[in-house]
Ligand binder design. Structure first.
Ligand SMILES: NC(=O)c1ccc[n+]([C@@H]2O[C@H](COP(=O)([O-])OP(=O)(O)OC[C@H]3O[C@@H](n4cnc5c(N)ncnc54)[C@H](OP(=O)(O)O)[C@@H]3O)[C@@H](O)[C@H]2O)c1
Length: 321
């Protein structure tokens, strides 16, 4: 099969290449998936670059997320799954990520893709939607809650808005451009605010003086504003950060009675991952989740696909093997 590979970490143009390699066969509990669309996330780029290195078992086929059709199953997996359209999560925690014609994952990491959902949507769900789901629901349901999504046009932010709205929350989102504002509004945000505006905090306070959840993409930049919107009942969930770590203002956090939660998808307990995947599958089946604007690349353009993610394109980079 044709696959993108790397054997060592480094810049995309130096370490990524496409080669013909032997197709893996499913072992016990595994499924072999013919990949239609591979989704590229910042985490794939960080793993390949060495910023957040992961063990490389000789070679690594990159990309955690993807969607396609189950072509073969290993021992212990119901053969009726053959032919099923599926989306995959955390494929590159093993060797066989989705940047290839076939990927190999455990049966539970291949989740049925609703008939009305595109492969491109399926390839967007793994890392972004599962992260958004955990940020939103790890501390309980959200019906009637006020939610702030920082970075509402990012991939995680997009699904955080859609999943929160589906759960009955009112959602405010922050962005930094009119194009991103339109994306966040289309996802269903009730209020969209340019976080660079001097009026941002006032607008957010008018929306909800105390947020129930804050889904935070950049804690050092936003901690001060987040705490001004926090009180008893606020959970501030941090899934990303940029720049030096902030000093936690302990007295202000105590006064706010805020709950701080940090999360990294790779370290979540398996039952939490499975529960998130199941609810996301339901949401996609209901039509509650949408594709971001797509930037399409072929497998031979894998380097350019990674560079597009590094450049921070608005929307989602996908590779079609
Ligand atoms: N902890 C985990 O398990 C986990 C899981 C998934 C992703 N992540 C990490 O989360 C980050 C985002 O992932 P993604 O896939 O959503 O990336 P993405 O699609 O590139 O979106 C990132 C968004 O963050 C926004 N942003 C940056 N600084 C901001 C600020 N100060 N205030 C508000 N928004 C801000 C950007 O908007 P502007 O350019 O307009 O600022 C952009 O829309 C990445 O670093 C990724 O590695 C972590």
């Amino acid at each position: 099969m044709r696959a993108a590979l790397y054997e060592r970490t480094g810049p995309a143009g130096e370490v990524l290449w496409v080669d013909e390699i032997a197709r893996p066969s499913p072992g016990r509990g595994e499924v072999l998936v013919r990949v239609a669309v591979s989704g590229v996330n910042p985490t794939d780029v960080k793993s390949r670059s060495g910023l957040t290195p992961r063990p490389i078992p000789g070679f690594q086929v990159p990309h955690q997320d993807g969607a396609g059709v189950i072509e073969a199953v290993g021992e212990g997996v119901d053969p009726s799954r053959i032919g099923e359209r599926v989306w995959l999560w955390m494929a590159a925690v093993g060797q066989w990520g989705t940047a290839a014609q076939w990927s190999l994952v455990s049966s539970e990491q291949a989740v049925a893709l609703a008939a009305g959902s595109s492969y491109a949507l399926g390839a967007c769900l793994g890392v972004p939607a599962m992260t958004a789901h955990h940020c939103l629901f790890a501390d309980g349901p959200l019906d009637g809650a006020a939610v702030l999504v920082a970075g509402g046009a990012g991939a995680v932010g997009h699904y955080a808005i859609e999943l929160a709205r589906r759960a009955g929350a009112r959602v405010a989102a922050t962005v930094s451009s009119t194009a991103k504002a339109e994306l966040a509004r289309n996802a269903g945000a009730d209020l969209v605010v340019d976080y660079r505006s001097p009026h941002a905090l006032d607008l957010l306070r008018d929306f909800a003086p105390v947020m129930d959840r804050i889904v935070e993409v950049n804690l050092p930049a936003n901690l001060d504003v987040d705490l001004q919107l926090s009180g008893p009942g606020t959970t501030l969930v941090v899934y990303a950060s940029s720049g030096p770590d902030p000093t936690i203002p302990v007295r202000r956090c105590m006064s706010a009675n805020v709950l701080l939660r940090f999360m990294l998808l790779y370290g979540l307990p398996r039952p939490a991952l499975l529960a998130a995947a199941a609810d996301i599958a339901d949401a996609a089946g209901e039509g509650a989740l949408s594709e971001l604007p797509l930037h399409r690349y072929g497998l031979d353009d894998i380097v350019q696909a990674h560079e597009a993610v590094e450049a921070g394109v608005v929307g989602k980079v996908i590779v079609e093997p």
